[in-house]
Design a protein around this ligand. Structure first.
Ligand code: MN
Length: 419
């Protein structure tokens, strides 16, 4: 770890100079603008831009960091993203005096994370949710169809997905109202209407689209990373009883689109590079358009924590890893565009629930409690089959480096009672 900042960052912080994740923040009395997290602080990119630090040709003289979303910056593409990162590494380095030795300038540039409001990082036009964890698909399939027919015949041939709803994607910290809807227990003669009785979380990660492609112009797998800016954490809140009654034959609808929470900081592929791992061999070998040279995944440790209203501290209920995904992000993007579908800057493509092979690595209550059959026993004696009103669910994730972490912060939300 040779790179060091003049800003003090503790070894367990998610935001050392090796990370530099991008987000949109709003200081008290100010407008939303772009920033990068460093330790407990945020560097205000709109101020650095005004001072002329981002003048590479890709910007064509435009100012992108005073906008209230990262969309314009994402549209610029990887050469511009790399240049901005290089400028920030230099400005924040312990060896560079510009900010380090100028208290007045530092006061303009840095904000305390505690004192600002984090907004959604992008304006999301379209949101897609994949179903890419083998163990999640296998567990859910086993519950529905038994272990012999757990995976549908298409699952190992293409990254299965559905189109989600972008308008109900909310920032971390926003409360989630328990949805009401139509449900029908198997033994009931007809459906009834009321608050969901089986509210769940789904531990997921998602990536954001950069420049994107024109309609009719697929992105070959070898060019996929040109269009992937970075990753964030996501909780795909799910109402299992509503889902069970509505999902056939067209897939999830009202069981999912009442709320989807995302973390405020977007970690770039550049920051994740040291944690890259080869994608495990796939059997059967995928069709050629899904076969990437040196396809990869990342070693990202992931946790879900539950805190009920009577618990003093959160309790970890899921421990999993991004490497538990069968399909890579490049495969997801290549598949999404192979028919000519156009992706646009700020589109969100999510992984699906990330479950691993062990019981503790299951990424949702549906699997952890096996549809309520084995309730979770919490340290204070409380029992949960599903999420209760007042429960707070927090997902966090990080890559462990040698003496530092490249982390994603967290995505958190609390359940409010139905209206
Ligand atoms: Mn999902």
């Amino acid at each position: 770890m040779s790179l060091k900042s003049f800003i003090e960052v503790s070894p367990d912080s998610h935001f050392p100079i090796q990370n530099l994740p991008f987000g949109i923040f709003q200081p008290k009395g100010g407008k939303p603008r772009a920033g990068v997290a460093i330790g407990d602080l945020i560097a205000d990119l709109s101020v650095l831009e005004d001072l002329g630090h981002f003048r590479s040709p890709e910007f064509r003289g435009r100012k992108v960091f005073s906008e209230d979303s990262l969309n314009s910056f994402l549209a610029l593409g990887r050469p511009a993203w790399r240049k901005v990162r290089a400028v920030l590494e230099r400005l924040l380095s312990s060896k560079t005096p510009i900010l380090r030795d100028n208290a007045r300038l530092r006061a303009r540039v840095f904000h305390s994370q505690e004192k600002v409001t984090m907004k959604l990082p992008v304006r999301i036009g379209n949101y897609t949710d994949f179903y890419s964890s083998y163990h999640h698909a296998h567990n859910v399939g086993t519950m529905l169809r038994g272990p012999d027919n757990a995976l549908m015949p298409n699952w190992k041939w293409l990254p299965v997905a559905y189109h989600g709803r972008a308008s109900s994607i909310i920032p971390s910290g926003a409360d989630v109202r328990r949805p009401s809807g139509q449900t029908k227990p198997a033994d009931a003669p007809r459906p009834s209407f009321g608050p969901s009785k089986s509210l769940d979380y789904e531990l997921e990660m998602a990536f954001l689209i950069g420049p994107g492609n024109s309609l009719g112009d697929p992105v070959p797998i070898g060019r996929a990373t040109d269009h992937i800016f970075g990753l964030l954490l996501m909780n795909d809140w799910s109402a299992r009883d509503i889902q069970a009654w509505e999902y056939q034959p067209l897939g999830p609808f009202l069981a999912k689109n009442f709320a989807t929470s995302i973390s405020p900081w977007v970690v770039s592929l550049e920051a994740l590079e040291p944690f890259r791992e080869p994608l495990p061999r796939q059997d059967p070998a995928p069709l050629p358009y899904l076969r990437g040279k040196d396809d990869f995944t990342f070693d990202i440790q992931l946790e879900a924590q539950l805190q009920t209203s009577s618990m003093k501290t959160p309790h970890v209920i899921t421990r999993t890893n991004f490497q538990n995904l069968y399909w890579s992000i490049s495969q997801q993007l290549a598949h999404h565009t192979v028919n000519g579908c156009n992706l646009q800057p700020g589109d969100l493509l999510a992984s699906g629930t990330i479950s691993g092979p062990t019981e503790e690595s299951r990424g949702c209550m549906l699997e952890l409690t096996w549809r309520g059959a084995n309730p979770l026993k919490l340290p204070n004696g409380e029992i949960r089959k599903w999420l209760d009103d007042g429960d707070r669910l927090t997902i966090t994730g990080w890559c462990q480096g040698d003496g530092y972490r490249v982390g994603f912060g967290e995505v958190s939300g609390r359940i409010l009672p139905a209206e």
